[in-house]
Structures are given as structure tokens and as C-alpha cells.
Design a protein around this ligand. Structure first.
Ligand code: OAD
Length: 242
């Protein structure tokens, strides 16, 4: 019999958005394939050639804005609406498909494509328009200091104070569409498990940190996740006393 959970933490990666037409990072046609990571996803790369980095994310922004959520995102909406637990979603994705699907409590630890941060004053500008080396910060009015609000390699993740709390108190940790290669997110499952959570992952291919999960569901999340969410919701009816 499935346990009744009080606190669910969901970690998502690029795989949950694959069925929405957005490339994952490490697949054969992955996002990095045509670009060097050190050029477009490091602070050094940004300092070397900010125009190239802005161009890269401006192009990606157009793709992302066009994308629509898929059944995996909508399954999470259903879970949040119908399962009476605290349910938080921590995403490594810089797209906004969780929000577009109506997901609540979404935390973007790797930043958001539709944001830029001013390196002069810290203001976060929300925009689907282009940002470039001439963009003026609406707060401090300094130009040329905006950086895509994407966490580059070597930078600190966002929202980590909240995530640390979620990891300690969750009793179910669900990982969806992430290869388990990039830390610290790849280590979240270990913390959740240490504090007593059941752990389950949904992925297409076996992940690098798979030994840390109690269960693996291989397949497209758009197909596997809605079924799992239905099982969780059905289990509530089978455990009426809890
Ligand atoms: P990866 O590209 O490393 O991994 C994608 C995972 O999704 C793989 O395990 C695939 O098997 C799985 N997958 C693909 N299609 C799927 C589907 N339809 N259903 C379920 N699973 C599917 O992407 P991430 O793990 O998200 O950081 O990458 C982590 C970070 O690496 C990214 O956030 C990015 C990059 O550096 C930043 O941009 C800051």
C-alpha cells in the first residue's frame, strides 16, 4: 500500500521539458552540442564575450517562450490540486513551463531565461525581450551591466536556503528528467533519503546517481508521471484513516 505523504519535494530537470520540444543538455542533439559550455555558461565566458552570451540566451528565450507545457507538467498541477500535502517544485530548468502549466511553489535554482540581473545593483529585470550589452538597468540606470539571470558554472544556486529546509522535511522526493550529473542538485536525493524520504525518479535513461533512488520509472515523463500521480491520488481513498 502506498504511504500517505505530508510533504513532497519534486526536483525537475531538462527531461520534463523534452516533450515540449526543448532540447535537454546531454542528449545527442543537446543544447551544448553547438556551443562550448565554457563560452556560454561560465562567468569567465561572459566576461570574455558578453555579446555572444546575450545572443545565445536571447535566441533560446524565443524558443522557450513558444514552448507549451506537456502532460508531465500538467500532472504536477493535478497533484498540487488534489493531493493534500505541502508540495514544492525545485527546478533546474530556466524555462517557465511549470508556471505556464499552473504549478505553484516553483523554485528556479538555476535561474530563469526571462530574467536578467544587474551586476551593479542586483535588480532582477523580468523580460521576454532581448537583453544585450547596451541594456539599461531600470533601477540604477547603469547600462551594460545586465547578465542573463542564469546560474553559470561556479556561481551559487538560487533559493538554496528554502531548498535545504524542503530536503530535510520532505517524506517523498520525486526526481523528474535530470541526469544526476550536475551538483549540488544531483546530491539532493541523498539528503532527502538521509532524512527519511522515499525516493523515486522518472527518467528516460539510467541516471548517474540512480543507486540513491528507491524506485526508477523509465520512460517519457509525459506518459509515466500522469499514471503515478493518479496512483498517489487513488492511494488517498484506500487509506481513509490517515
Ligand atoms: P540533462 O540533459 O543532463 O539530463 C536530462 C535527463 O532527462 C536525462 O536523464 C534523460 O534521460 C531524461 N529525459 C530526457 N527526455 C525525457 C523524457 N521525455 N521524460 C523523462 N526523462 C527524460 O539535463 P539536466 O539534468 O536538467 O544547468 O541538466 C542539469 C543542468 O546541466 C542544467 O540545469 C544546466 C546544465 O548545466 C544550467 O544551465 C545552469
Amino acid at each position: 500500500m502506498t504511504r500517505i505523504y505530508k510533504n513532497i519535494l519534486i526536483l525537475t530537470g531538462a527531461g520534463i521539458s523534452a516533450e515540449s520540444g526543448l532540447a535537454t543538455f546531454r542528449s545527442s542533439n543537446g543544447l551544448w552540442n553547438n556551443h562550448k559550455v565554457e563560452d556560454v555558461a561560465t562567468i569567465e565566458g561572459f566576461e570574455r564575450n558578453p555579446a555572444l552570451v546575450h545572443d545565445f540566451y536571447n535566441e533560446l528565450k524565443v524558443e522557450v517562450q513558444k514552448a507549451e507545457p506537456n502532460p508531465a507538467h500538467f500532472a504536477l498541477t493535478k497533484l498540487q490540486q488534489e493531493y493534500p500535502a505541502e508540495i514544492n517544485i525545485v527546478t533546474q530548468n530556466v524555462d517557465t513551463l511549470h508556471e505556464k502549466a499552473g504549478n505553484k511553489n516553483v523554485y528556479h535554482i538555476h535561474g530563469q531565461i526571462n530574467q536578467a540581473v544587474c551586476l551593479n545593483c542586483g535588480h532582477v529585470l523580468e523580460t521576454w525581450g532581448d537583453v544585450d550589452t547596451e541594456t539599461i538597468c531600470p533601477q540604477c540606470e547603469v547600462s551594460g551591466m545586465m547578465k542573463p539571470n542564469i546560474v553559470f558554472f561556479g556561481e551559487n544556486l538560487l533559493c538554496m536556503d528554502k531548498v535545504e529546509v524542503f530536503l530535510r522535511k520532505c517524506d517523498l522526493f520525486i526526481s523528474i528528467g535530470t541526469s544526476g550529473v550536475v551538483y549540488p542538485a544531483a546530491g539532493f536525493v541523498q539528503t532527502a533519503k538521509y532524512y527519511g524520504a522515499d525516493t523515486i525518479e522518472f527518467t528516460l535513461d539510467m541516471t548517474a546517481n540512480n543507486y540513491l533512488f528507491d524506485k526508477h520509472v523509465l520512460g517519457k515523463a509525459g506518459e509515466t508521471l500522469p499514471k503515478y500521480v493518479d496512483e498517489l491520488i487513488t492511494s488517498l481513498k484506500k487509506n481513509p484513516a490517515e
